[in-house]
Design a binder for this molecule. Sequence first.
Ligand code: ARG
Length: 482
Amino acid sequence: MPASTTPTNPGASAAPALENQLAKKAEAWSALFSEPMSELVKRYTASVDFDKRLWAADIQGSLAHAEMLAAQGIIGAEDHAAIQQGMAQIRAEIESGRFEWKLDLEDVHLNIEARLTELVGLAGKRLHTGRSRNDQVATDVRLWLRGEIDTLVGLLTELQRVLVNQAERHAEVILPGFTHLQVAQPVSFGHHMLAYVEMFARDAERLTDARKRVNRLPLGAAALAGTSYPLDRERVARTLGMEGVAQNSLDAVSDRDFAIEFSAAAALIMVHISRLSEELILWMSQSFGFIALPDRFCTGSSIMPQKKNPDVPELARGKSGRVVGHLMGLITLMKGQPLAYNKDNQEDKEPLFDTVDTLSDTLRIFAEMMDGLTVKPEAMERAALRGYATATDLADYLVKKGLPFRDAHEVVAHAVKTATAQGVDLSQLPLAELQKFDARVGEDVYQVLSLQGSLNARNILGGTAPAQVRAQVARHRARLGA
Ligand code: ARG
């Protein structure tokens, strides 16, 4: 058993009798407590069932802390070595499922520390020098979340790549663009896909930006006021690859704004996913018939044999509510908390964990599903024609022939009324008929009235012309490295 001779540690000179008493202490916090916790209270206050998920971050943080304690001469080199060796064993035990998590030990931090002490004795008890669970848990959550953000940004990149591929494949495919869910103007299906690429690109940017504020070190704040030990906080931050040290101990242990900020970004991602889901569901319905999703993303009905339901997008739309709810939970949790740490903060974990899980599953499944999406161009074109999607083009044509736009708007309304009555598209009205609305209409009007003509005409930065879509595809590919 490694024994330290470091004089700065009060535990080092404890008498053997007291040592024994301390070793026996299983439940109570200290000699101050005269009765054990009731089972109900134990279950109510314990977090180990869910926060054991932080174990790797907890060990990582503890090792960085111990390394610094040794470098500063606060614990001895033998203690440091013992802590390293004990933590290696604990890691192996947890990874192999042999580690025994105890509810009595409340949370992940106390479970790991108690096991360390079991394994290496006094060195284990010295680990907590200059530290509190308050700065420890804040550090753990930040370390864990940092890693999850990196995974999520990778998943967002993958989803964008899939959508960019679909955009390139379908740059020429014409979809009726909607406003108010009424046919408005023809758009390229590729352009439509790229709208979501823009959303997910901003989402990734938001996560990356939030990461900078997640990646700061609370450790060294101790319980709330800092500590009297000569800790080197900058060193711990460097060891952990953090971008800075929290500069105020009260703030360091108490605020969870970094988690709220992340949740807000996550909620927005789910809202974008939910909008896409809604479109997929509509497009897949018989009334639209614009797309098909691969069978592996759909389910049937137990009673109606003809049904193929878009369960995955429906569930994703539903799960967006859950993630938005977690954001509400977290932000409300913070409200009304006085400085510094309060146990309320233990409630940050379940919503945060569920947000990360829901989001990463959703992004993974969407990348796969969108890759397998089949597009039905004829159905989209038919719908665009039915909805007089080129009416604006006719108005623009008349403006170019000298009519003021407001008058052109009115003229085209009459033309649409006539076409509707005859059950034909504008492009199917004979020239003589069109000239009744305005004499300036010539043979060249039919280029303008075709869906392709309308699409190609919108050859402006950010517009839907296939040439623009291809330029955007190239830009995204360069950005995404694909
Ligand atoms: N399990 C606690 C949490 O998640 C750790 C910090 C507890 N600190 C305390 N003073 N009780 O917040």
